[in-house]
Design a protein around this ligand. Structure first.
Ligand SMILES: [Fe+2]
Ligand SMILES: [Fe+2]
Length: 262
């Protein structure tokens, strides 16, 4: 069977003075050349939730030649009642996709006009129902961090119910969590899951030495590789793992001083 490929893009921040159209253009071209099975977009499409910003973000997403483009909002999208425009332009703020033997569920972790996130007890049962469908690999998408991420400054707006959510996801046998938010790409191994953050694909809202990038997830039988792609530039592997044995290799550090953690 051909490998399953997912492009994970996040944090466009259309409308921000730090938004670089050239980077977004290039990312769209690269993703179309990759021909992934799914494109996952984990929020902050806009900078302030304004309608005109949403229109710009949607124009880029419409250029993606992919059968499944899954989009959830971020905290910036929920500013100024921006979730109304999200629903109008993209539909429900939660997404569910069962394709082949892969399940992907994404939720809106935002609260109007607030930067913190929450999943909420009322959705735990719903998550368990969605992930009850038989699958060989399960992916959960949210905007906010579910685990602290180094190099992000003060960790002040992880989801408030991160502990309970992690327990629910473990119970659901989720293999991979995809998130965005603070624009710092990173990967954690946490019990049976891997929790992988994407950077900002097309802005200069950057922390430290990070650069605009997006992630490419390749799932092939019992082997998963997650790479970071820099628009116009190269690719580096972030982490490789076996979903059954949980053996993994993680590449950390700045590009010039990368080392292998296993
Ligand atoms: Fe962001
Ligand atoms: Fe955010």
């Amino acid at each position: 069977m051909a490998p399953f490929t997912l492009a994970h893009l996040s944090d466009f921040h259309a409308g921000s003075p730090y938004f670089v159209p050239n980077l977004m253009d290039r990312a769209v071209v690269e993703v179309n050349e990759l021909r992934p099975d799914v494109v996952a977009v984990t929020g902050d499409l806009t900078n302030e939730g304004f309608k005109q910003e949403y229109v710009v973000a949607k124009e880029y997403l419409e250029r993606l030649e992919c059968p499944h483009v899954l989009v959830i909002p971020g905290n910036h999208d929920s500013r100024n009642v921006g979730y109304v425009h999200f629903e109008h332009l993209f539909g429900p703020r939660s997404v569910v996709l069962h394709t082949g033997d892969i399940s992907i569920v994404g939720v809106d972790s935002t609260e109007p006009d607030l930067d913190y996130g929450t999943i909420g007890r009322s959705r735990y049962g719903w998550l368990e129902e969605q992930f009850a469908v038989p699958a060989r690999f399960r992916i959960f998408m949210l905007h906010h961090h579910l685990l602290p991420i180094p190099g992000t400054g003060r960790e002040r707006n992880m989801v408030y119910d991160a502990g309970d959510t992690l327990e629910v996801l473990q119970r659901c046998n989720v293999n991979l969590v995809l998130s965005g938010h603070k624009h710092v790409p990173h990967a954690w191994h946490f019990e049976n899951m891997f929790v992988v953050n994407a950077g900002t694909v097309c802005t200069l809202r950057l922390r430290g030495d990070t650069r605009p990038c997006y992630n490419i997830v390749t799932i092939d039988d019992d082997f998963v590789r997650i790479e970071r792609k820099y628009p116009f530039h190269g690719t580096e592997t972030i982490i490789e793992f076996s979903p059954s044995t949980l053996h993994y290799q993680k590449f950390v550090g700045r590009p010039e001083e990368r080392r292998l953690d296993t």
